[in-house]
Design a protein around this ligand. Structure first.
Ligand code: AMP
Length: 306
């Protein structure tokens, strides 16, 4: 089932307590596309980069089966650049630089070949651009999943609310859920946010896992306790890529299958944090992925007699 992925494709510069990178490939759509490519080979990318972007990075995406026909290259402009520094606990970070560059004027063009997509993943981008993508599709996809961040809540709350109203699943972190709903309790926050439009809400809690809300039901997926956490950048996007990639591959959007998708997303994210940027998720084997999913099953499985 074809999947359309929209979002930033970027240069990131990251500082963690364990090291520092120069400009490396990053961006929400990069992590999403790579993660989803482990589940479905019909990943269609819509994004924009500048003339400074490396051809080898585009080739790397293509080698994962990502269709880059919808990747615009603005030769005379610079790619989106983001830089962040993690605190010692690795759970929080400061954004040091956000240079929108090509993203500031991004007009998402959907190639004709992408029009029949059944699954749409709106990665982190200006909410007005995310909305334009939905409006430019001739048919509404079977499932629209959206990710966003506090940056857009600060500067574009109205457009964000409009876009949220159009999607099926919203994926945000706990801090963003509180900011959006003005509620401290995540249960109350989830109720308020689902009343804004999405039928499903995912609240990510970093190393404490993720919650999936739907009507009055809630499912919890832990994060795997890892020996080494090196760089959490892109973990949320990698999670989203694994989630929607699994749904697209199985073509089943029931709540039960979404639970399985959340576990696959969590497994992908657990790899992402083990190295800088995309380094760990570019060369995964099917065996590694399956063993990691099994680790999740083992982690939470127990027997109880009541
Ligand atoms: P995450 O760690 O999952 O929040 O994702 C980090 C990725 O999001 C980085 O690779 C950044 O390039 C990208 N990013 C950061 N800020 C923005 C923004 N305002 N718009 C789009 N992408 C962003």
């Amino acid at each position: 089932m074809s999947l359309l992925v929209v979002g930033s494709v970027a240069f990131d510069a990251i500082e963690t307590p364990f090291g520092k990178t120069d400009k490396i490939i990053g961006g929400a759509a990069t992590f999403i596309s790579l993660a989803s490519s482990y589940f479905t080979k019909k990943v269609n990318l819509v994004a924009v980069v500048g003339g400074d972007f490396l051809k080898s990075d585009i080739k790397m995406l293509e080698s994962h089966g990502v269709n880059t026909e919808g990747l615009q290259i603005k030769e005379d402009e610079k790619s989106f650049f983001w830089s962040g520094r993690y605190h010692n606990d690795m759970n929080s970070r400061d954004t040091l630089v956000t240079e929108l560059n090509v993203l500031g004027t991004f007009d998402p063009v959907i190639p004709e070949a992408y029009q029949d997509c059944k699954y749409l993943m709106l990665g982190n981008l200006a909410p007005s651009v995310q909305k334009t993508v939905i409006q430019r599709l001739k048919n509404r996809p079977k499932l629209i999943v959206m990710d966003t961040m506090n940056f857009w809540m600060d500067i574009a709350m109205e457009e964000l609310r409009e876009t949220i109203a159009m999607v099926d699943v919203l994926s945000i972190n706990d801090e963003e859920a509180r900011m959006l709903s003005k509620e401290y309790s995540l249960v109350k926050a989830a109720r308020k946010i689902m009343a804004m439009g999405p039928k499903f809400l995912i609240i990510k809690k970093g190393e404490h896992g993720a919650l999936l809300f739907h009507q009055n039901e809630v499912f919890f997926a832990p994060a795997l306790p890892l020996e080494d956490v090196f760089d959490p950048t892109g973990a949320g996007d990698t999670f989203a890529g694994g989630f929607i990639g699994y749904l697209a591959a199985t073509d089943d959007i029931s709540f039960d299958n979404m639970k399985r998708a959340i576990i696959h997303g969590s497994a992908m994210a657990s790899f992402c944090v083990e190295k800088f940027g995309t380094e760990r998720i570019v060369n995964l084997t099917q065996f590694e992925l399956e063993s990691r999913v099994q680790d999740f099953v083992d982690l939470v499985q127990f027997e109880i007699t009541l």
